[in-house]
Design a protein around this ligand. Structure first.
Ligand code: NAP
Length: 171
């Protein structure tokens, strides 16, 4: 059986994963969000160069200890210790990883990577932390015009009002 690919991300009600300038200052960490359990289950992380830079802008790389693949076509992209630069097509690379033995795979984002993998039918599960806010503008969760059906498998309301929604993505 192939490994499962999960996209877990925070989003506003109107589907933005970051402000126009890429900032994530609205994201909060909540103890009972189920994140820790999820993190322990995944074996590898996949991240676009845009998301990587945004995370590094606010501190050191937080996912040391999990193999992380950074997608960039640039030869000189700055990758922190514990991460590997991948200059290949993300869809082919993730598809190959799905067939290797091991645990589940986490798509960390951002929009460009999410969209390519959704379009290629490679995302099995979607976990959305939906923040009770409209941004009106920003970086969207996906920029594809694809229609996809989802099956809600779990929903939790956190004390802050953030909704934790888990979906299976129809193929
Ligand atoms: N809310 C959340 O939980 C969350 C999570 C993650 C990210 N984000 C936000 O998402 C934003 C970043 O999204 P984004 O869409 O700008 O960038 P992204 O998807 O993170 O990265 C896009 C980059 O990936 C590389 N790439 C794309 N296709 C490729 C291919 N075929 N081969 C090799 N490399 C390829 C390119 O890098 P090069 O240009 O270097 O070639 C491209 O510019 C950030 O602002 C971040 O805050 C939010």
């Amino acid at each position: 059986m192939s490994r499962k690919v999960t996209l877990l991300t925070a989003t506003s009600i109107d589907g933005f994963i970051a402000r126009v300038d890429g900032k994530l200052d609205w994201v909060i960490t909540e103890a009972d969000a189920g994140y820790q359990e999820f993190y322990e289950q995944v074996d590898a992380l996949f991240v676009g160069r845009g998301a990587l830079e945004r995370i590094l802008a606010v501190g050191p790389w937080p996912y040391l200890g999990k193999p992380t693949y950074v997608f960039s076509r640039r030869s000189g992209a700055r990758c922190p210790r514990g991460t590997t630069l991948v200059r290949r097509d993300p869809t082919r690379f993730v598809a190959q990883h799905k067939e290797l033995p091991g645990g589940d795979l986490w798509i960390l984002g951002g929009c460009g990577l999410n969209s390519a993998l959704l379009q290629a039918g490679l995302i099995d599960h979607l976990v959305l932390m939906v923040y009770p806010a409209f941004f009106g503008t920003g970086i969207p969760l996906f920029d594809t015009r694809q229609e996809r059906r989802l099956r809600l498998t779990c929903s939790t309301t956190l004390p802050s009002g953030v909704l934790n929604l888990r979906y299976d993505v129809a193929k």
